[in-house]
Write a protein that binds this ligand. Structure first.
Ligand code: NAD
Length: 327
């Protein structure tokens, strides 16, 4: 307990309004120093005496942190939670929450933005024009790939994968998906999506867009063998998590022209980006901003703050990932 009498909560990074006010009503908020490394030993030290931690995806929240005496909840400001060892949290009876749903549209929009930008070489074209290289219309200038009517393969048809499928309908795309959890026949019909195995999706798709969580099963699920199966004209889009793709193998496949291009929002060792990707004009790179709209980031902040406030008041937070901790 703090001198103010409220439970203490460690805020790893600033969040957007109305998150801070929601947190401040329920807790005494201790900001993590931006000068400290995002290292478990330092986080553990900062978390001493706190009942909660409001974390973000770059914060490693594992055994050393989760074993902090008195810790009750970790509220992640993200839908993905691969930065948290949920099994260890459950072992220590620490609740873990995330922010599902509020970022689906922004993230699906951005996956489609990367798809369009890569297919039609928008970033390259912008540089070209700014550099004064546009000297007049030419029949063979900046030729790209058609999106309308093309085949889109979606890996992981969860909330965001379905959002991308929905957008693809407007482009008259043929949508294939691969997911161990099938859609209902009604949802398949409504989205116009056909379930296939991964090999068929890779062989038939003009665009492959990845929307799985990062887990031991999905780590490097796309590597040399999968790139070899894809069309040489295909474009790969990733707005999920970097380590789902073997980045070195992707660079090798692009260098060998086994793929036509890639649109990436996430990287294997963020914030580092493979130097091979940086030098490729047929790759569009974004700094992990798929959910970055003012509305969405504000809703994520509010949701994470509400999860925390509910838990510190003794309630069951709405977005609890390990319900066995709080019956
Ligand atoms: P979700 O849980 O609704 O959907 C994930 C889907 O992946 C599920 O349908 C699941 O069955 C499927 N899946 C799991 N393992 C699979 C496998 N091995 N092969 C194929 N499919 C598999 O999650 P969501 O809300 O759609 O988010 C998906 C992921 O996107 C998140 O976990 C997060 O890491 C990432 N994300 C990134 C950003 C960003 O800023 N770039 C924003 C939001 C989400």
């Amino acid at each position: 307990m703090s001198t103010a009498g409220k439970p203490r909560v460690l805020l790893m990074h600033p969040i957007l309004d109305p998150g801070p006010a929601i947190l401040a009503e329920a807790a005494d908020v201790i900001p993590y120093s931006p000068d400290l490394p995002l290292d478990e030993a330092y986080i553990r030290q900062a978390a001493e005496g706190c009942v909660g931690i409001v974390s973000q995806l770059m914060d490693p929240i594992r055994e050393a942190v989760l074993s902090t005496p008195g810790l009750k909840i970790v509220s992640n400001v993200a839908v993905g939670f691969d930065n948290i060892d949920v099994a260890a949290a459950t072992g220590h009876k620490v609740m873990v929450t995330n922010t599902p749903g509020v970022l689906d549209d922004s993230t699906s929009d951005f996956a489609f933005t990367l798809l369009m930008a890569t297919a039609r070489r928008v970033v390259e074209a912008d540089y070209f024009t700014r550099q004064g290289k546009f000297r007049g219309w030419a029949i063979d200038m900046m030729l790209g790939t058609d999106v309308y009517g093309a085949t889109l393969g979606i890996i992981g048809i969860g909330r965001i994968g379905r959002g991308v499928a929905h957008r693809a309908k407007g482009f008259n795309m043929r949508v294939l998906y691969y997911d161990p959890n099938p859609l209902t026949p009604e949802a398949e019909q409504q989205l116009g999506a056909t379930r296939v195995d991964l090999a068929r999706l890779l062989v038939e798709s003009d665009f492959v867009s990845v929307h799985v969580p990062l887990t031991p099963e999905t780590q490097h699920m796309l590597s040399t063998q999968q790139f070899d199966q894809m069309k040489r004209s295909a474009i790969l889009i990733n707005t999920s998590r970097g380590p789902v793709i073997d980045e070195a193998a992707l660079v090798a496949a692009l260098d060998a022209k086994k793929l036509a291009g890639a649109g990436l929002d996430v990287y294997e060792r963020e914030p580092a980006v493979h130097p091979g990707l940086i030098r490729m004009p047929n790759v569009v790179l974004a700094p992990h901003i798929a959910s970055a709209t003012t509305r969405t980031r504000s809703e994520m902040s509010a949701m994470a703050a509400r999860n925390m406030a509910t838990a510190v008041r003794g309630g069951r937070p709405p977005n609890l990932l390990n319900p066995e901790v709080k019956k």
